[in-house]
Design a protein around this ligand. Sequence first.
Ligand code: COI
Length: 356
Amino acid sequence: MKKQRIQQVLATDKKAKPQTDQLEFGRVFTDHMFIMDYSSESGWHDARIVPYEPLTIDPAAMIFHYGQSVFEGLKAYITPTGEAQLFRPEKNMERLNRSNDRLCIPRIDESFAIEAIKQLVSIDKEWIPTSEGTSLYIRPFIISTEPYLGVAPSNHYKFIVILSPVGAYYKEGINPVKIAVENKFVRAVKGGTGEAKTGGNYAAGLMAQELVANKGFAQVLWLDGVEKKYIEEVGSMNVFFKINGEVITPALNGSILEGVTRNSVIQLLKSWNVPVTERKISMEEIYDAHKQGSLEEAFGSGTAAVISPIGQLTWDEQDLVINEGKTGKTAKRVYDTLTAIQYGKEEDPFNWISKI
Ligand code: COI
């Protein structure tokens, strides 16, 4: 792919920035966005950074009808010396291309996309919040834009990157969340789109989430789509369980999202010589471990959620309170170390940081 230049048209009217100590997740957007178009004749072209504004899209555009789209989520942080940095952006761009392959969307040039993200973040650098637990969430996404009602891969796409200063994903912040184990609905099956980051996976999960939301559950824990026995993931994060000193996370099986934070947690635990295993794990095993008192901790990991301790799992009306509903030592140590690296407060022995 030939490298292109990124045109810049800067906003003349700048928006007021939010109070950073009251930030929610994903409600406020910065002054600029990145856009690049694709056509089957010209490939990816016309890369530009422009003022953030609504798009004009044909009502017949295929995205509205058949959902051919993919997205990513990564974050920019400000270090104590005021520099902006990204966490493992190459992993997100690799996954974006894997999602593209699955959704029949043309691949992007990963290093060019990272360059575009860096240019965009440096233009909107003042939007990176600095209050405890806040960051600038980066949402790259691709939508199919060809006006056509036939079911086929689109010939036209837009790759867009928007930025949102964010606080914690859950209203609980970094405190433990309550999660309901989902026994009726399923999120994905092997051979489906579960391991791709595509909007349809999230739309399919909404009903289960809505049904438990008013009972105080932050989200549902998905079980495998065939036997509804083995643990897969939570709506917006991968999951880890600590049983008898060993940390276990469901192995990637084709229907689980391959989380960048998941991978980082595994590397961190290995570097501390904490036993960590990727394998099939059933809800029954968790239940038994809880009964025997050997389920020490549970926590989720994700870019938006960071590390989110799970204080209670509810399965078939049975409440499994984990670690007395408190944040466990492992979850805390992972959270502290990961965020210290992300915010440039601690050395980065893994080479995860990409300076802007
Ligand atoms: C992320 O963690 O970045 C995600 O994409 C999860 C989500 C908010 C859908």
